[in-house]
Design a protein around this ligand. Sequence first.
Ligand code: ADP
Ligand code: MG
Length: 697
Amino acid sequence: MSVVARAPDPARAPLTCLKGVGPRLAEKLKTLGLETVQDLLFHLPSRYQDRTRLTPLGSLRPGQEALVAGRVELSDVVYRGRRALVCRIADGTGHLHLRFFHFNAAQQEQLARGRWVRCFGAVRFGPAGFEMAHPEYSILPADAAPQPENHLTPVYPSTAGVSQTSLRRLAQEALNRHLIHVTELLPDNVRDELRLPNLKDALELVHRPPPGADVAALMSGSAPVQQRLSFEELLAYTLSLRRVRERLRAERAPRFAGNDGLIKQLLARLPFALTRAQRRVLEEINRDLARPEPMQRLVQGDVGSGKTIVAACAALRAIEAGYQVAFMAPTELLAEQHCRNLTEWLAPLGVSVAALSARVTGRARTQTLLDIAAGQTAIAVGTHALFQEGVKFARLGLIVVDEQHRFGVQQRLRLRTKGEHSDEAPHQLIMSATPIPRTLAQSVYADLDVSVIDELPAGRQPIETVAVPATRRADVVARVHEACASGRQAYWVCPLIEESEALDLETATRTAEMLTEALPDLTVMLVHGRHKPKEKERVMAEFKRGKVNLLVATTVIEVGVDVPNASLMIIENAERLGLSQLHQLRGRVGRGSISSSCVLLYQPPLSEIARERLAVLRSTNDGFEIARRDLEMRGPGELLGTRQTGVAAFHIADIARDRGLLPRVQQAAAQLLSDYPERVEPIIRRWMARREEYGAV
Ligand code: ADP
Ligand code: MG
């Protein structure tokens, strides 16, 4: 047909050019981010169903998705709580129940006794043995052998109102008519070196794996065609971040060079000297700040490595040059702590620090905002959320963002606009306590330069870590008593794990009551997320002053709280937490020179993965090592704060699984930028257009 010959560029052809796509369906597809034929071709299966083999009913396992066939032995409408059509099928090896809650007379007729049916569904336990609820089924003609499919069945990410059947049909049509017009954008040498298939073959195979395709490889995402697509997706992601970086680089920033009078004063007053690693990172920052383009630097450093003082020094450089600093923390509690520290360090130097807190309201708030806008305030400290509401600065020169793993690219970009009054862009310094391996950092943070504080201040004692089953809680309570009796302080953390915040709160409250009762001679206090900030701050201040022996807390103390005398940490339900979260929590102790310990209380029996996690924590205190193990064990999702960074939104790539590709992705990105600049935009568009935060920049 001539339509085929003149088929437009798939990147521009609207989906309505496909058969059966009218305005209604197009609208629904749009909610999936699908607008063009190209979008559909790159809407890849999130998994496959294996309908290529028929599973005998006698060997079904619960949880399994299986294709089965059998003769209907019984077909009844039952009323067990809910009206349902239940059929029993048998194939000579065993039997299976099919359960339908929604059915009509025609279906009842189709599934009558004696019929042959073929079904696909998930197997589960039912009241009378294994069953499938609402399986997909078809009636087989009498005596016909049930035909398994000869290729894997793709399952696409979908949404209400768009069935898998119609997505499959549309994908087929798009492949049939438009695949030939999709352009290859990877340079030949990259494909040759990595022996990656060409794009058309890859798309064809991934949407309709042919009979005989390596089912296991496809199911795990490691088939060469998938690697090829993952490679291109990671490349697109890297290129889009590089582009963010270049856009930022093109802006003008104030140069802070030479002025280190205030820094010298600060360092002279500190009770400690900076570590070598802190000095090195500070130099890297200073070099950036002296340049006319905005710094985009991420400082990674383990918990307790002393990132705050480094940020304070950077701030002083901006302030000495007559600029202001925005200092952002992920929680109110942390913002308050930063504010206290910065005030203690900087107020004696005549630097004005203001807290921009949700708690400051009314006239006081108006005044704070006015002072910032008038340039009276040198450093404004607050939560990310507060700054996003829009604070006007007279001369914003530097933004410090603490704990970047909770903070996405999108927010990062939005912050740039805060220095609206001038045409100068502020420098940005981002601090993260969740280190990730270098090759990963270069990809995930391709828009940033990365510095690493790879040394802890001298004299820190390693934290001794033990895992104890909850059945031995009494021993742990005794241990807390002993530690507190000898003048130390302790945390007892009841992390947020329940579905409902109310339940978590109840757990923490009950634990606090239990401990108060068991330890009558100690002062026990509770702090949790529902407390008013003022209340939280009061409790924390009491704890810091040593008035409280034992602090029971939900995860509000997860990041950044700094009380050097606290040397014992108990973590409840440790088996439910991730490695990096446990490491962060544990990092609340071991901050002073006394030796510290951490007790991981768990509910036995431990799963294999939980056992492994607890073993890693017992064996090392090194955050980099822990991050590496974490990545191996479960991928970077949680580690990077997936939702915020958008990493989870990859169509096909999986950074943990595909991390072997990353060094080559970096090289390919560099090659494209220098040798094929005209391909950069199309690659980004193809993969990232539906993720506005990257695509739109
Ligand atoms: P993090 O990197 O986890 O944010 P902080 O900045 O909170 O760590 O620092 C932890 C503690 O170590 C603070 O009490 C801080 O004052 C102290 N500290 C920072 N640098 C040094 C150093 N070079 N020597 C000794 N103590 C330091
Ligand atoms: Mg910190």
